[in-house]
Design a protein around this ligand. Structure first.
Ligand code: SAM
Ligand code: SF4
Length: 327
């Protein structure tokens, strides 16, 4: 699939807007309603849209949420996804709290070898403050179990927040000296009404400075297919990788190869722009495969060449929250 000069081969599927956590940077500050069940795309509908997208060039899928493992029967959905021959790569982004050893083994048996965990702190109390849940031990166990069972690479996403976890940047990155983990520091993106202030954002240049002062030089690594927007570095002799995801300080829009399918069955060509195209209603109304493919094509024609987040223009900040889009 083509959008402008970009070739789109990556579909990010949010299977639910629900989550067992309440991360302060992700959830809206005001009370919010969850999407009614009948408005959420059913698994067979998601599979149908994915199949059509594969016929148009999608080869990689990432499953996300909300928290994907809170949705009932997620493993059987993943099993069906794994049967799609056109998909060469299936990965999942999770907070890890519901991932028992058995579930991780099940994922490996299905052929899913890549998990991205979200972990913003190594301090259980701070973990409870950020996520609203006292689940640090469970998440840490899930990360170590994934590593022990042979998931590779185990990726850890850390959103850096000034005054909250910026004093742990070095300790978190130092995990790459002990384990072959990919730690990816993400710049906080202000999304609609949030518990966080824009001033709490820490940009990558500052994170790198903190890391090099504490741990020594970071050496750039070559960009490989599958790295997505992360810029990768390593410390000398470290088995792991330190990555930076820089939506604010350095647009990666011109290289963005992804399309999103939200839990309500809307195609969203850009995370940071609120344009969405409903594909679920036409599917439910009996649209032909050709018509549905046209809808996918139309959505992609709205993929912007750059976003305006970070330019301090509140009018441009999308009102949607990560839980409903999938990050
Ligand atoms: N619940 C799963 C998890 O936490 O990994 C998957 C969904 S979550 C929305 C996907 C990713 O988005 C997580 O890595 C999370 O840290 C990131 N995220 C959420 N809100 C964010 C924000 N405002 N700025 C930057 N990253 C954010
Ligand atoms: Fe839930 Fe993930 Fe958002 Fe945290 S970041 S509230 S775990 S969806």
């Amino acid at each position: 699939m083509i959008a402008g000069t970009r070739s789109i081969n990556y579909l990010r599927i949010s299977v639910t807007d629900r989550c067992n956590f309440r991360c302060r940077y992700c959830m809206p500050a005001s009370p919010f309603a969850v999407i009614p069940h009948h408005e959420i795309a059913r698994y067979e509908e998601i599979l149908k849209i994915t199949r059509l997208a594969c016929e148009m060039g999608i080869t990689k899928v990432r499953v996300t949420g909300g928290e994907p493992f809170v949705r009932k029967d997620i493993l059987s959905f993943l099993e069906q996804l794994c049967r799609m021959d056109a998909l060469s790569d299936i990965s999942i982004t999770t907070n890890g709290a519901l991932l028992t050893r058995d579930k991780i083994q099940h994922l490996l048996d299905l052929g899913i070898k890549r998990l991205n965990f979200s972990l913003d702190t190594l301090d259980p109390e701070k973990f409870a403050f950020i996520t609203g849940r006292d689940r640090f031990d469970r998440v840490w166990d899930a990360i170590m179990t994934a590593h022990d069972l042979g998931m590779t690479p185990v990726k850890i996403n850390t959103v850096v927040l000034r005054g909250i976890n910026d004093n742990e940047i070095a300790a978190i990155a130092a995990l790459t000296r002990r384990f072959p983990f990919h730690i990816r520091f993400i710049e906080y993106m202000p999304m609609g009404d949030s518990h966080m202030e824009k001033q709490q954002q820490v940009l990558t240049s500052e994170i790198i400075q903190i890391l090099e002062t504490a741990l020594g030089p970071l050496f750039p690594m070559p960009h490989e297919a599958g790295d997505g927007p992360a810029k990768k570095f390593e410390f000398k002799d470290a088995p792991g990788v330190v990555g930076f995801i820089t939506p604010i300080s350095s647009h990666f829009c011109s290289e963005c190869n992804r399309l999103r399918l939200t839990s309500r069955g809307f195609l969203r060509p850009c995370l940071l722009n609120d344009y969405e195209k409903d594909i679920l209603t036409p599917l439910r109304n009996g649209a032909t495969d050709d018509r549905l493919k046209e809808i996918i094509h139309t959505a992609l024609q709205h993929k912007p060449l750059f976003h305006t987040l970070g330019k301090n223009r509140p009018v441009d900040i999308p009102v949607s929250h990560m839980t409903s889009i999938g990050g």
